[in-house]
Design a protein around this ligand. Sequence first.
Ligand code: IPE
Ligand code: IPE
Ligand code: MG
Length: 235
Amino acid sequence: MNELEMPKHVAVVMDGNGRWAIKRGLERTAGHEAGEKALMKWVHEGVKLGIEEMSFYTFSTENWTRSPSEVRFLMDISKKIMRMIGPEFLELGVRVKWVGRRTRLWKSVLSELEKIQNLTKNCDKMTVNFCINYGGRSEILDAITSLLKEVQNGEFSNTKITQKQFKKYMYNSSMRDVDLMIRTSGEQRISNFLLWQLAYAEMIFLDDAWPDTDGQTLQQCIAEYNRRTRRFGAV
Ligand code: IPE
Ligand code: IPE
Ligand code: MG
């Protein structure tokens, strides 16, 4: 893959877990369990390929509308994954960042996220953003709310704000713009993911359900990305 250009930031909508399970006569939650394995394969491949940053859409602000038992399962599995991946990520050199809204997120999930962020804070091979209780609109509104607070305190007195300044108020202020967004399971929509950062992302929509994907899927997406011409409004 050496001759290929690597996107610096790959963002992934890991979709289709539920349908994957139903198709096999299993509970939807079995799909989430299978999805965890795919996630680890993508992270390993990302490191191998030299991708600098990957973001995974794990739980959206809209996913609270699912059944209480599925929500509980998703919270529990997020907690379990954060607890489990620590040593592996340390060895891989992967730094974890949680990206999302604090309100409503389980305290125990937050606490595991804080632990793994702390554990991996000096890792510098790749950054993985876990978007948990994340919504693109919430992120923009929360940024504006933080900004308004600074305006009220007199810490921000300009009458205009630049894109660069605005970024400072986002959940992860050092997150780069997304170069490549990949969504599995055949749905062709953004579902409130990284609205600001996706402005000029290349998008790939795959028919495979998330649990059926692996490192090779990511490789194929990188190859497709290299066939695209990014113009950013220029000619
Ligand atoms: C993605 O799979 C995981 C989450 C949204 C948490 P889904 O659970 O959305 O699976 P489908 O789309 O219903 O098949
Ligand atoms: C997007 O998938 C959210 C995550 C993958 C976490 P959804 O399954 O929730 O999105 P919709 O409902 O199909 O748009
Ligand atoms: Mg879905």
